[in-house]
Ligand binder design. Structure first.
Ligand code: SF4
Length: 456
């Protein structure tokens, strides 16, 4: 029992977090930055922070993550990081030639109060930024929020500085996909192409965090949203902000700066969230949902119907990011499962409100004390048939002998998430397959010899 110290008795905690169900803001900011083509993320803080953010992303995506750091020392911590950051801009533009540098702060630079927007302006004023190149910056102190907040803050910085206002709008729609895998971004793009919808997606980490092995190292992989497209996003007719926590602030900023109306929707995990998204896209653009997508929906419904006996009434514990858990809880309920224990380390009232609507009978908590320890305690008090969450759930799954599906960030100990989407109808089929596989593997493993079935 690796977690043998977890007690069954749940006591109210106000300050202590044990095994947080989140990570720090700059990890999210760095991931969002990597969704711009030719972008070099930069961590304004100490080297250790930057190494951690890079390694967290590299371990999950199995891809090298390039990023700069202001390399704070004791002196920088006292006198401020301006000179280090200006030198970093100069070096990075000279040596690596990025199209854009996306700076995020860390706990340390936020605590000493460095004004990064003033430093960036100074770099422009002093001629340290070559013609046609950009610096954007997001404030990402990690003692508030989570990696989700950091992702949202960097998306907002993109939406603030790059789109160009035009009076006339065209028929293009903007899609802010939220924090999903490169495979999910690719799948949303496939569906939009099938519907013949003109779109700009940002950020877009497909082609960056799932880049192929070619034998040649490319410092800036081919993927990512091009700056020219980001500029054009100010002329789009409409923005879809997928995920309130990840994308709504950026869409609000785009509306404020460029007058592009928007609607916030759930990330299309599961059947209903996908239905709502595609019908709304069809309504806004006038593009019909093609037969090939309708067939995928029918296949999903068929699979749910075929396998209902393995799903109905099964209790599920899930943890992770709010924009994922909200539609996921809805999908699990739709297929007859019972979400029972739910934690999310990211704070925000909206999450609790939505959970109250979707799963009114579940144990739900979010914020700093909504941690893996609490999740384990709840499971000890009422066991479940399935656990869904990131790699950190494996300790609970092992100790309590619960089938475990890895979903979310980070996944350090399995592969596939970069290549096989979970969004849309096809993604829901894949998710269902993963759920059924672990549940049926347990049935097989525990079946008595006379009950061991060939056909299930
Ligand atoms: S010091 Fe703050 S920004 Fe740096 S790794 Fe720790 S939590 Fe993240």
């Amino acid at each position: 029992m690796l977690l043998r110290h977890t007690s069954k008795e749940v006591k109210e905690r106000n300050a202590l977090t044990i095994n947080p169900a989140k990570t720090c803001q700059p990890v999210g900011a760095m991931y969002a930055s990597l969704g711009i083509h030719g972008c070099l993320p930069h961590s304004h803080g100490s080297q250790g922070c930057c190494s951690y953010h890079r390694s967290a992303l590299t371990r999950h995506y199995k891809e090298p993550v390039m990023a700069g750091t202001s390399s704070f020392t004791e002196g920088t911590s006292v006198f401020g990081g301006q000179s280090n950051l200006i030198t970093a801009f100069e070096n990075m533009f000279n040596v690596y030639d990025p199209d854009i540098i996306a700076v995020h702060t860390t706990c340390l630079s936020e605590t000493i109060g460095d004004d990064v927007s003033q430093i960036a302006q100074k770099a422009y004023d002093d001629g340290k930024v070559p013609e046609g190149k950009y610096i954007i910056q997001a404030s990402t102190p990690s003692y508030v929020g989570s990696h989700v907040t950091g992702f949202a803050n960097m998306c907002t910085a993109i939406a603030k500085d790059l789109p160009v206002y035009t009076e006339e709008k065209n028929s293009t729609i903007n899609i802010l996909p939220g924090w999903v895998e490169p495979s999910d971004m690719k799948e949303i793009k496939r569906i939009m192409k099938a519907m013949k919808v003109p779109f700009i997606m940002f950020p877009d980490t497909s082609g960056v965090m799932d880049a192929p092995m070619t034998g040649t190292h490319e410092f800036f992989p081919k993927g990512g949203t091009k700056i020219s497209d980001l500029k054009k996003s100010g002329s789009s007719a409409f923005t879809f902000a997928l995920g309130k926590f990840c994308s709504e602030d950026a869409a609000t900023q785009l509306k404020k700066g460029c007058g592009v109306p928007f609607e916030t929707m759930e990330i299309p995990f599961g059947i209903k969230a996908t239905d709502r998204f595609l019908m709304k896209v069809s309504e806004i653009t006038g593009c019909p949902i093609p037969e090939e997508i309708a067939v995928e929906r029918g296949q999903l419904v068929d699979m749910i119907t075929d396998m209902e006996q393995y799903l109905f009434g099964k209790k599920v514990a899930l943890f992770g990011d709010p924009d994922t858990i909200i539609p996921l809880s809805e999908f699990l309920s739709d297929i007859g499962m019972v979400p029972k224990h739910i934690v999310s380390g990211t704070p925000g009232n909206y999450f609790m409100e939505k959970m109250g609507e979707i799963v009114p009978d579940a144990n739900v908590k979010n914020g700093p004390q909504a941690d893996m320890y609490l999740m384990h305690q709840w499971i000890k008090n009422e066991s479940v048939d399935l656990l869904i969450g990131n790699t950190y759930g494996k300790y609970i799954a092992r100790d309590e002998n619960i089938p475990f599906v890895r979903m979310g960030f980070p996944i350090y100990d399995r592969v596939g998430h970069s290549y096989f989407p979970l969004v849309g109808y096809k993604g829901a089929i894949r998710l269902l397959e993963k759920i059924l596989t672990v549940i049926m593997d347990k049935v097989d493993a525990e079946a008595k010899e006379e009950k061991f079935e060939l056909v299930m």
